[in-house]
Write a protein that binds this ligand. Structure first.
Ligand code: CO8
Length: 260
């Protein structure tokens, strides 16, 4: 099986770049998430790696979020395995001891947005065609509490209340305005800007930065760790409902039609 993520660690700079290369849209399938967790574990253990940049090798899309096909017509067992992998991705990324940055060179809906807001810093291509946000409600599904908490810790309570209910996808400039991303740069400068910004972050002693990060993020991570099985049960019973399957089916139809 071919690799869905290309990892390059530069031992001189201590920066690893993860390029998502799962055509067409880097959707987060069980295979993708499994590979992501393995790559994260390796980098986390590598003393030579202090920073991680996530970016896309696909045109126009950072990540389309969770692979909708993993949530459509699948057995409860498979759904449960999938959801555990989604949790694992978030736990590893949100809790990473590395400096993590998202170099968002395309659209980033739902799970793609979750990956971006789980990083420490976000640089997005200045392109009005690219959007980012937690659009779950538009599919008739509901983002779980840890998506919500990650969003709240990024843009605050009021903006999250609006964003989650409306499933709003923000253009890059709107995203900058509400603080969903930290900087906009021309598309060809997204990765180099992330590298430069990383160098600034590296001037801070790791241990002090890591403890500060943990102080901000650990309470939510602990909340999921304490209720992981219940969160899986909740997902499986929700996603396998006939009415929810029907609304995912309609959303898929809409995606295909929009294209035609
Ligand atoms: N999963 C699976 N397939 C997808 C996905 C996806 N998330 N997104 C797109 N595709 C497919 C399309 O159907 C299309 O397939 P085909 O070629 O067979 O017709 C192909 O990928 C290419 O897509 P587009 O033609 O639409 O490509 P564009 O470049 O025009 O647009 C976008 C790219 C903007 C990413 C667009 O495809 C899009 O908006 N996709 C949908 C994204 C989305 O809504 N994702 C939500 C996933 S749900 C999630 O991540 C969190 C769930 C939280 C859990 C809830 C608990 C119950």
């Amino acid at each position: 099986t071919s690799s869905k993520i290309k990892v390059d660690l530069d031992s001189n700079t201590g920066i690893a770049v993860m390029r998502f290369q799962s055509p067409p849209v880097n959707s987060l399938s069980l295979d993708f998430l499994t590979e992501f967790a393995i790559s994260m574990e390796k980098l986390e253990l590598d003393k030579g790696c202090r920073g991680l940049i996530l970016t896309s090798a696909q045109p126009k899309v950072f990540s389309a979020g969770l692979d909708i096909m993993e949530m459509y017509g699948k057995s409860p067992e498979r759904c449960s395995e999938f959801w555990r992998a989604v949790q694992e991705m978030w736990i590893r990324l949100y809790g990473s001891s590395m400096v993590t940055m998202a170099a968002i060179n395309g659209s980033s809906p739902a799970g793609g947005c979750l990956m971006a807001i789980s990083c420490d810093y976000r640089i997005m291509a200045d392109n009005p065609r690219y959007s980012i946000g937690l659009n779950e409600t538009k599919l008739g599904i509901v983002a779980p509490f840890w998506f919500k908490d990650t969003m709240m810790n990024t843009v605050g309570n009021r903006e999250t209340e609006l964003a989650l209910q409306l499933g709003h996808l923000y253009s890059s400039s709107e995203a900058l305005k509400i603080g969903l991303v930290d900087r906009l740069v021309p598309e060809d400068k997204v990765l180099s800007t992330a590298m430069e910004t990383m160098a600034n972050w590296f001037t801070i002693p790791d241990h002090a930065r890591q403890i500060s990060k943990s102080m901000m993020r650990k309470p939510i991570i602990d909340k999921l760790l304490a209720s992981r099985e219940a969160d899986i049960k909740n997902f499986v019973s929700f996603i396998t409902k006939d009415s929810i399957q029907k609304s995912i089916g309609m959303y898929l139809e809409m995606l295909k039609k929009r294209k035609a």
